[in-house]
Ligand binder design. Sequence first.
Ligand code: P6P
Length: 335
Amino acid sequence: MQNRIVTLDEFIIHRQKEVPFASGELTGLLRDIGVAAKIVNREVNKAGLLNILGAAGSENTHGENVQKLDLYANEKLIECLRNSGECCGIGSEENEEFIPVPPVDGKESKYVVVMDPLDGSSNIDVNVSVGTIFGIYRRKSEPSGPVNAADFLQKGEDLVAAGYVLYGTSTILVYTTGRGVNGFTLDPTIGEFCLSHQNIQIPKRGNYYSVNQGYYLKFDVEMRRYIDHCSDENYGLRYIGSMVADIHRILFQGGIFLYPNTRKYPLGKLRLLYECNPLGFIVEQAGGRAISCYLERILEIEPKELHQRATIAMGSPEMVDEMQAFVQKYSTLPV
Ligand code: P6P
């Protein structure tokens, strides 16, 4: 792409031409997600004005009920996906069951979307960056029939596309369709996501590790030994408490993100389908690694339920390799 403004829409359409037999349906779906991201961004950016607009659950000056932002984001994303005509089902962090989406104008659509509409939303009230995470799968069930659980319970390696939107000092949408990772920064003056980070490549290693150090004594010995190693190497600790923001930093500065199992979360806290898999797909596409704390490749884990949790270590390949060596050396489990 020459040195000029390239919008997300233009980039998606341009890249579609490189895919033989591409029918434009995935293009349409990605563009619809981009629109939803702009709508969510508009409200997230106003969050700091809640004391004027009214906190969630209260009424604003217009007598309207103010929604919690994660529910608002969920509603807007579902609305956009319902109207897209390219999505036949949605698995959302905010909904216990997956949501079947009826055909639009009788058109049979072939993609399902898994998403965390607003991850880290507890940080919103203190103006810390939050994010939207999404993954797109090709449905496995008959196009003429209803979606079923199998359409959603697919390994991360079967993702057709994945991305996130980071609502931070600027709003950036990062996505992959399996042919590299690209980032688009929202230019509010023209209301467009513009190509700002082409072909993102994660550094082989970095000077930061990212884990909730407060749980150190609750981690298994192998994780404590690896975290001790990070301290011995004088790595800095950077932990925002918003996974999208931590992963985004690691994509550019290098580093490793860890959320091991703890007594409170014996299977890990983060969700496999709509947090670990989409971000793991992006990290791998940028040249990084994403594994569980039992050394399984995240994208190869067979999901059993929609809200399944997983332990996670992802980031710079050489640092994940080192963490793997510590697990192999100190773990009491057969890894
Ligand atoms: P903890 C936010 O609630 C989240 O799901 C991720 O975005 C974040 O990485 C993690 O949980 C933070 O969890 O237990 O360290 O507060």
